[in-house]
Write a protein that binds this ligand. Structure first.
Ligand code: UTP
Ligand code: MN
Length: 495
């Protein structure tokens, strides 16, 4: 019963399309050449969701995000000038090739159960003959959670540079500078077109003098002197190399660097270094797990875990989360949420799952964190800390034959193996905490950080992976605490 109201669990070997999982997951796509996008303005989120579901059930592809993949934009009750101005501001590469249509085309197509032929009456005509070469800069919020961001980054030349600077500050434990560059990168990822001059960034939030100077240099010379210096810096390179090993954080990397280590081999051979089991596994599978994971590989792992979980409990619910849930094509690991409506049985389900993976011979490493979740201790003091749900950090073996299209080929790495190692995280919240855990594990990190900041500063509420509280510390949706004698009642769950 409960399962039916959640995101659909993963199923085995079904036709799927990148970026179109979620509600359409598992439904056969009948018209792959048509990719719909429903404009939420005027239509409203509820009706949009309903229409999207209807179309998906009829085999249409409906994109949640407006990207260059969309072929048909459907709008209801929007005036042509406003709609077209909005579409131009989205930074699409070839807007003129997109069919911009009235809801009547959608309704006719739903009636027919197929995309009906386009007629003049269906089209919403552009009143300007040509699209402006410089789309107007959209106003962006200071909060990442209030910005629309697609997976397409039009300003990679700047954001890559900011990432190097952020990482370098992170290695030096300069947290505020590190965060400033991560914030700036996040803002630029929301800009729907390439920035051609620093003036165009004048109205953007979170860009300080330092970030603007770096941008100016890149625009003028194609690179930033400061960034180039960091990239050539021995310490930066070494810390980057050491932290690329699973289980090695910035502090350990710094210690190794100070101790004179310069290669991974040095670290392995130094008798004074005692590696913990996570680091041992990290070294053993370093090549494999430093290579990105493709969406097809993530889906294959989803199939394996889902089948294994269902073999343990028919009520098991498994959902892909993290970067892949946001539509990313590649990730550094694969994140899953596992739960069950059977109260208090989540952790045992996870332990059984790990055990079964071990028996199948595909478990290469497991670091299990037992649940420390106690609703009576909520909300916790440290909001950036790891959540309290039971979770396992795994390394799994994935075979070529299990992946649609096979494993990714890595140049210069043909050792004849038919498998690769992949990092997988599985977290098991109790079902009544599932929504908050899903929200928290979907990311991105900046989105989550700003969502919490937004809740705290704008709504005087506390949000984390376990729940949402108002500042009087009353748990939303939970029954009144026995100690609650002041007559105040719990608030209603948001969204
Ligand atoms: P990841 O580090 O896996 O990031 O954490 P990602 O967005 O999926 O990116 P790649 O592709 O793997 O590099 C996923 C989300 O889970 C949250 C993080 O905040 C992040 O947004 N998370 C991670 C937690 O809430 N708690 C944790 O203990 C770990
Ligand atoms: Mn991830």
């Amino acid at each position: 019963m409960l399962q039916a109201t959640m995101l659909p669990p993963m199923r085995k070997r079904q036709k799927r399309t990148e970026g179109a999982e979620g509600p359409s997951f598992g439904v056969e796509v009948k018209f792959p050449e048509v990719r719909l996008y429903l404009v939420e303005k005027k239509m409203g989120a509820t009706r949009r969701g309903f229409l999207a579901q209807l179309a998906r059930a009829k085999g249409f592809l409906v994109e949640d995000i407006l990207s260059d993949q969309v072929t048909h934009v459907v709008s209801e009750q929007n005036q042509a000038p406003g709609l077209w101005a909005w579409l131009r501001g989205r930074g699409l590469k070839n807007l003129s090739a997109v069919h911009v249509l009235d809801i009547s085309w959608f309704t006719d197509s739903m009636k027919e159960g197929r995309p009906v032929a386009l007629e003049a009456r269906h089209r919403i005509q552009d009143i300007l003959p040509e699209a402006s070469p410089h789309p107007p800069m959209v106003e962006l919020s200071r909060y990442a959670c209030k910005r629309r961001t697609s997976t397409e980054n039009h300003n990679e030349i700047f954001t890559d540079a900011f990432e190097v600077l952020a990482e370098s500050y992170e290695f030096s434990q300069c947290d505020s500078q590190c965060l400033a560059f991560r914030r700036a990168a996040s803002v630029l990822k929301s800009v729907p077109c390439p920035l051609q001059h620093v003036g165009a960034a004048a109205s953007l939030p979170c860009l300080g003098g330092h970030t603007r100077a770096v941008m100016q240099e890149i625009l003028q010379y194609g690179q930033s002197c400061e960034v180039e210096k960091i990239l050539c810096n021995d310490r930066y390179q070494m810390l980057k190399l050491f932290t690329s090993v699973f289980g090695v954080g910035p502090k350990t990397a710094e210690k190794w660097y100070r101790g004179g280590l310069r290669t991974l081999k040095d670290a392995l051979e130094d008798p004074s270094i005692e590696l913990n089991s996570m680091q041992k596994a990290g070294f053993l599978h370093h090549k494999d797990i430093s290579q990105s994971v493709s969406r097809a590989e993530a889906m294959a792992l989803g199939d394996i875990l889902h089948e294994t979980a269902l073999g343990i409990s028919a009520h098991a619910v498994l959902v892909l989360t993290g970067g892949f849930r946001r539509g990313k094509a590649f990730g550094h690991d694969v994140d899953f949420l596992l739960s069950t409506p059977e109260k208090g049985k989540e952790e045992i389900l996870l332990l059984s799952l790990v055990d079964s993976l071990r028996r199948q011979g595909i478990l290469l490493y497991c670091d299990h964190h037992t649940s420390t979740f106690d609703i009576n201790n909520m909300p916790g003091v440290s909001f950036e800390a790891m959540d309290h749900f039971a979770k396992s950090f795994l390394i799994l073996r994935l075979y070529d034959s299990q992946v649609e299209g096979g494993l990714q080929r890595v140049e210069g790495q043909d050792d004849g193996r038919s498998w690769r190692a992949v990092r997988v995280d599985v977290v098991t919240p109790p079902m009544e905490r599932y929504a908050f855990a899903l929200l928290g594990w979907t990311g991105s990190r900046q989105f989550e950080r700003d969502l919490r900041r937004f809740a705290r500063k704008e709504n005087r509420m506390l949000l984390d992976n376990h729940g949402l509280w108002d500042n009087t510390k009353v748990l939303l949706t939970a029954p009144p605490h026995p100690a609650q004698t002041d007559g105040s009642s719990p608030l209603v769950l948001l969204g």
